[in-house]
Design a protein around this ligand. Structure first.
Ligand SMILES: Nc1nc2c(ncn2[C@@H]2O[C@H](COP(=O)(O)OP(=O)(O)OP(=O)(O)O)[C@@H](O)[C@H]2O)c(=O)[nH]1
Ligand SMILES: [Zn+2]
Length: 195
């Protein structure tokens, strides 16, 4: 299946990324021949392929693979979906939770597919704002629900480990389409996710 978690790595990419990490090890003053890190360029190359596997995946296909006709037309919420992504500015992690809601319009979607598409978009170089809209638009244009809402709360390592070095700040982004543009519906969603 196109959305299977990456278990096999492309030899060509592994070799290419490995060479780049070898060069980074040299540049930071490490000895790449040292026993402890002799395999590090290869490990890091595989880790980087894992963390960016979203480029190879088709999120619309994932949703389309499990859409079922159903008359339920109240709110469906999947909250507290953990996510790990890489900021496109520093290639350092940002991590947190996504909360997704939609109001079906003749079709429901397999619940697991929502966290799956979060992972597809998170496993690319991202900014939190675009990640939020990517998820929102994917659901809106594929499922064509009566409404969709996405809230992401995240911590950015580039603001913690370096730069401004703030340990307790969190960033919240949100997007609302359709029925969620009405304050009553939006407030019900925010109340149900505990905001
Ligand atoms: N809007 C947005 N900004 C982000 C995100 N992730 C990281 N950034 C910011 O991207 C900005 C890049 O700013 P620059 O001034 O070019 O980079 P920098 O000199 O490393 O900035 P500092 O982090 O302030 O040291 C920083 O302000 C980061 O905090 C994100 O998801 N969304
Ligand atoms: Zn950053």
């Amino acid at each position: 299946m196109s959305y299977k978690i990456l278990e096999e790595y492309t030899q060509e990419y592994t070799e290419e990324i490995k060479d780049s990490y070898l060069s980074i090890l040299h540049s930071v003053g490490e000895n790449p021949e040292r026993a402890g890190i002799v395999k590090t360029p290869e490990r890091a190359a595989k880790a980087m392929q894992f963390l960016t596997q979203g480029y190879e995946m088709n999120p619309k296909e994932i949703l389309l693979s499990a859409m079922f006709p159903e008359e339920y037309d109240d709110m469906v919420i999947v909250k507290d979906i953990e996510l790990y992504s890489l900021c496109e500015h520093h290639m350092l992690p940002f991590f947190g939770k996504a909360h997704i809601a939609y109001i079906p319009n003749g079709h429901i979607v397999g619940l697991s597919k929502l966290p799956r598409i979060v992972d597809v978009f998170a496993r690319r170089l991202q900014v939190q704002e675009r990640l939020t809209h990517d998820i929102l638009e994917c659901i809106n244009t594929t499922l064509e629900p009566k409404g969709v809402a996405v809230v992401i709360e995240a911590h950015h390592m580039c603001m913690m480990m370096r730069g401004v070095q703030k340990q307790n700040s969190a960033t919240t982004t949100s997007g609302f389409r359709g029925e969620f543009q009405k304050s009553e519906t939006r407030n019900e969603f925010l109340r149900l996710i505990g905001k």
